[in-house]
Design a binder for this molecule. Structure first.
Ligand SMILES: C[S@@+](CC[C@H](N)C(=O)[O-])C[C@H]1O[C@@H](n2cnc3c(N)ncnc32)[C@H](O)[C@@H]1O
Length: 206
């Protein structure tokens, strides 16, 4: 039986036909297979509504940025923004990360962001969490030497668990970040509103 890899909703609100068409065109034109791999690459896994992806595209105009997430409203939001604001360095992959990594094994990233992955707080759901040992192994293969991974969560159990797992990786340096690692995304703001403590880690490969 095929392992289920996504437990969220693919769409939340209705997407207009025009935005949907534009998104399809965007995906076709901005084909990840034709990406210029000489440029530095940034990856965001689980972009949500895409606030960070858009922010990064402006901050890093000479780098290419890939966003991976099966959540279509976020993908369409980003493609719409790119079309209307002439943003050229964003590429979108509207499926799960597990599929992305199998397809683009040879890509090597300078920076990877994993911001507020679904926390799955119930004990019986914890195995659904995306960041686990198997995931981190894959991440560190596609991360360049001296590359960086930013991980943020407001779920203390998730944070503690990742901190424990990471000790198994000999060539990874871990640093606790006490300030915000990028802009405030939708889930950063949600956590802030609930008064949750946000914990962030920086992993560097050496
Ligand atoms: C809690 S939201 C956080 C979104 C965003 N990073 C933020 O900070 O607002 C988690 C996101 O991860 C995405 N996601 C869940 N499983 C995924 C997977 N296997 N591959 C890629 N994205 C995934 C969800 O669709 C959702 O958009």
């Amino acid at each position: 039986m095929k392992k289920k890899l996504y437990f969220g909703r693919v769409t939340s609100r209705k997407i207009s036909e025009i935005k949907e068409d534009n998104f399809k065109k965007f995906i076709k034109i901005k084909n990840i297979n034709r990406l210029n791999l000489k440029k530095k690459l940034i990856l965001e896994i689980g972009i949500g509504m895409g606030e960070n992806l858009i922010y990064l595209s402006k901050k890093n105009i000479k780098k290419n940025i890939i966003g991976v997430d099966p959540f279509k409203n976020g993908m369409v939001n980003v493609s719409d923004y790119c079309i209307n604001n002439n943003i050229k360095n964003i590429y979108l992959y509207p499926y799960v990360f597990q599929k992305f990594i199998n397809k683009f094994k040879k890509f090597r990233f300078d920076i990877i962001y994993i911001l507020f992955p679904d926390p799955w707080p119930k004990k019986r759901h914890k195995k659904r969490r995306i960041v686990n040992e198997e995931f981190l192994k894959k991440i560190f293969v596609i991360l360049k030497k001296r590359g960086k991974v930013f991980f943020s969560t407001d779920n203390l159990d998730y944070f503690t668990n990742v901190k424990t797992i990471i000790k198994k990786f000999p060539n990874i340096k871990v640093k606790k970040i006490n300030k915000i690692v990028t802009i405030k995304t939708k889930f950063y703001l949600k956590a802030e509103k609930k008064g949750h403590k946000i914990n962030s880690l920086l992993f560097s490969k050496y």
